[in-house]
Design a protein around this ligand. Structure first.
Ligand code: AMP
Length: 195
């Protein structure tokens, strides 16, 4: 199963991706995690990405695509994957489609977690307190939400046009939201029928 999980910062897509890993036995691939690892390891790429991330803006499409490509070529991604935090703009949608076509692993479904913006702000404030992420300061969060509205919202439309978008209500208990996501996944039979 090859899944993209979409949703605003704080919509719960990271948490839900981790839960899906357990249910589906496929890896979560988070470009934010890959970037944070590069920053921590102080690689040249990480050094370039750091200031951009701390400003709440998007790291360049080339850097993120190169990291993603390397990750998708790992053996564990052959069985499928849950992409979390990618694509973040329409250019990345096109790059992803080309990359997956080259790997012979087309995307099956894009799930968008729908959460009202009042709740998003509350959740991010809670996460900032719990995890101490450097990019969870009020100023950076505002910029991330602005970038999301401007560049990432259109991503849902891209997948809708391909008939791959499912919108899932992201408000509720963790387990309940996970259940809704699992229900929104195409069944293996439907995937074959539409292939
Ligand atoms: P996330 O953990 O998904 O919230 O990502 C944290 C930060 O990493 C974002 O605010 C961006 O600066 C950067 N980032 C993560 N994924 C991408 C992406 N697909 N394209 C560009 N920048 C990204």
């Amino acid at each position: 199963m090859r899944i993209v999980l979409l949703g605003a910062p704080g919509s719960g897509k990271g948490t839900q991706s981790q839960r899906l890993v357990e249910r589906l036995g496929i890896p979560q691939i988070s470009t934010g995690d890959l970037l944070r690892a590069a920053v921590k390891a102080a690689t040249s790429l990480g050094l370039k990405a750091r200031a951009v991330m701390e400003a709440g803006q998007l790291v360049s499409d080339e850097i993120v695509l190169a990291m993603l490509e390397e990750r998708l070529e790992q053996p564990d991604a052959v069985a499928g994957f849950i992409l979390d935090g990618y694509p973040r703009n329409v250019a990345q949608c096109e790059a992803l489609e080309a990359l997956l076509a080259r790997l012979g692993q087309p995307l099956e479904v894009a799930i968008k977690l729908d959460v009202p913006s009042e709740l998003i702000v509350e959740r991010i404030a809670g996460r900032a307190a719990a995890q101490g992420r450097k990019d969870d300061t009020p100023e950076t969060v505002r910029e991330r939400l602005r970038v999301y509205a401007e560049q990432t919202e259109p991503v849902a439309g891209y997948f809708a046009a391909e008939g791959k978008l499912r919108i899932v209500d992201g408000v509720g208990e963790l387990a309940e939201v996970s259940r809704r996501i699992l229900d929104a996944l195409p069944t293996p039979r439907a995937v074959r029928a539409s292939a």
